[in-house]
Design a protein around this ligand. Structure first.
Ligand code: NAD
Length: 531
């Protein structure tokens, strides 16, 4: 059975399958553009009241969402395991845990980062200056399939905390679980006496995403592939809305010759095989220094061959299925081409359990070189690539040699050396002696990429403020009201301004003195005119 053909057979609904068994889970109606516009309009109306709420009310809603996750943990694990074919462990550690941590962080820190902030008024000593963090309105969120729960909550939580409404367009590949997940937030809002319309859901393919962008939203978060990111950006340019783009990655993972190899090997296993490698921050390129390359390759090969794979609902497994059959095709093509070009298979290398579901074996390829396509294109599957590098210099050059720049990792026992390498990596995030994805768990840190990995930030203070209109306000310092007359402009106006600029910005006593003299002359002329 071809699930892609089956899924798209009907233009009015999405047929949803369990990737680990190919069992039909159900069908979800596709929202036509009129309904997308209706959901946005309802969100807009609801946001008018929500933007006036105090932080305590917003925190109450987030706490209810967290309570629901804790109280219904097992059921939610089942839902995402069935929809995404992932392991039960990943559903807990990769979905529920990071979302609970995001909620905890936002409840604890959100108000602190969203309160008005006093800043210097510079030369305007009679004025006060502050930055205020106002909501943007309705935030659209177009998101991928790799983490059905986390991808929804990732923009939803900060958007609500900042006083926005949000309309989510989940991936067609996890449409089945998305309704259940969005309902958690809507129920939390209702329980706190707020409108559930603050969180809207629209389902469908790329066309639904386009209808959302053109439908009157005030800002957009897009999480997905580079290719679609470009199409989304074109549409957002027409609608003239700001966009946070979180795109793909090809993260380097540098193992120095003085690294603790056991530590690095286990981190590499997590970096490559968590969620069957379907991670934007997967450790896609292992750059291992010559002196330790063979020992490291032996060890990760041994660890990867011991991984258990299969339907996570039947028994405990280490690696689950891949969410989409299209992604398996990409993984298979890149792996086969690399093998044909000389890569050596230390583990896996092919599809497995083909009679059951969409599985690709945990794969380790050695003798991979930077010129191979597999070292430049995102694999987004359970594949570890081992590339030999001579020294720190070459490791950095190869690491920076792709179009991507999301996360990165450096392993060395020498912290000064590790920090020096980290400083030179072109990436949005770097983890030292850990795999790059771990940065997500420190919610005070920002998350986002450079180069083709996107722009704008999620997480942390700056991520929260991505959901705000950062408004500059100039206010009175004292209740004194005087007319600051500029017109009519005279020669003295010009002389006075010139003297002021020399006095304030002139460096050294000579320039300052010229300013003072200019001032004195300007005042003198003004007085003589009056008399
Ligand atoms: P994708 O680009 O195929 O789809 C993402 C979303 O965009 C889906 O909801 C899809 O329906 C929608 N979409 C597709 N075409 C569209 C169009 N023309 N206009 C508007 N919307 C459109 O990505 P995917 O295959 O679902 O996810 C995998 C990709 O996501 C990988 O590249 C991965 O690295 C990336 N990703 C990035 C992050 C991050 O934070 N940087 C996180 C997770 C995944």
């Amino acid at each position: 059975m071809n699930t892609v053909v089956e899924m798209r057979a009907d233009t009015r609904q999405i047929r949803c399958f369990d990737p680990a068994t190919r069992e039909l889970l159900g069908a979800v109606a596709i929202d036509p553009p009129e309904r997308v516009h209706e959901v946005i309009a309802r969100a807009k109306a609801a946001q008018i009241g929500w933007r006036e709420t105090d932080f305590a009310r917003r925190r109450a809603v987030l706490r209810r969402i967290a309570d629901h996750l804790v109280d219904h943990m097992d059921e939610l694990v089942d839902v995402v395991v069935r929809d995404a074919g992932k392991t039960r462990e990943n559903a807990l550690m990769g979905e529920i845990w990071p979302v609970l941590e995001k909620l905890r962080w936002t409840v604890a820190n959100g108000e602190k980062h969203l309160r008005p902030e006093r800043v210097s008024s510079g030369l305007l000593m009679h004025k006060r200056a502050r930055l205020e963090y106002h909501p943007l309105g309705v935030v659209g969120a177009i998101i991928p399939w790799n983490y059905p729960l986390q991808n929804i909550m990732n923009p939803l939580v900060p958007a609500l905390m900042a006083g926005n409404a949000v309309v989510v367009k989940p991936s067609e590949w996890v449409a089945w679980s998305s309704g259940r997940i969005v309902e958690i937030a809507r129920a939390a809002l209702m329980a706190e006496g707020q409108s559930p319309d603050l969180v809207g859901l629209v389902q469908g393919y790329g066309e639904t995403g386009q209808a959302l962008i053109a439908g009157g939203i005030d800002s957009l978060v897009f999480i997905g592939s580079v290719h679609n990111g470009q199409r989304v950006l074109e549409a957002a340019a027409k609608a003239l809305i700001p966009v946070v783009l979180e795109l793909g990655g090809k993260d380097p993972f540098i193992v120095c010759d003085d690294a603790d190899l056991e530590q690095a090997a286990h981190a590499a296993m997590a970096g490559c095989f968590i969620n069957a490698g379907q991670n934007c921050v997967a450790s896609e390129r292992l750059l291992v220094q010559d002196a330790v390359y063979d020992r490291f390759a032996d060890r990760v090969g041994e660890l990867a061959r011991a991984l258990r794979q299969g339907d996570p609902k039947r028994s405990a497994v280490d690696v689950g299925a891949m969410v989409t059959p299209l992604q398996i095709e990409i993984v298979e093509r890149l792996v086969q081409k690399a093998i044909a070009q000389g890569a050596r298979v230390l583990a896996g290398g092919r599809r497995v359990l083909t009679g059951e579901g969409d599985f690709f074996a945990p794969t380790v390829l050695a003798n991979v070189t930077p010129d191979m396509e597999i070292m430049r294109e995102e694999v987004f599957g359970p594949v570890m690539l081992l590339c030999r590098v001579r020294d720190d210099h070459e490791a950095v050059a190869v690491a920076n040699g792709t179009g991507f720049g999301l996360s990165s990792s450096v392993f060395s026992r020498d912290h000064a050396r590790a920090r020096c390498i980290a400083d030179r990596l072109q990436a949005g995030m770097t983890a030292i002696n850990d795999f790059g994805g771990m940065t997500y768990m420190a919610q005070d840190l920002t998350f986002g990429g450079v180069k083709q990995s996107g722009f704008g930030r999620m997480n942390g203070r700056d991520g929260l403020r991505s959901f705000c209109n950062v408004k500059a306000v100039l206010d009175d310092r004292l209740p004194l009201h005087f007319a600051n007359k500029l017109f009519p402009i005279t020669e003295q106006t010009f002389d006075g301004i010139g003297a002021t600029l020399r006095l304030v910005y002139g460096r050294g006593p000579g320039r300052k003195l010229a300013g003072v003299v200019g001032w004195a002359r300007s005042i003198g002329e003004r007085l003589s005119r009056r008399s």
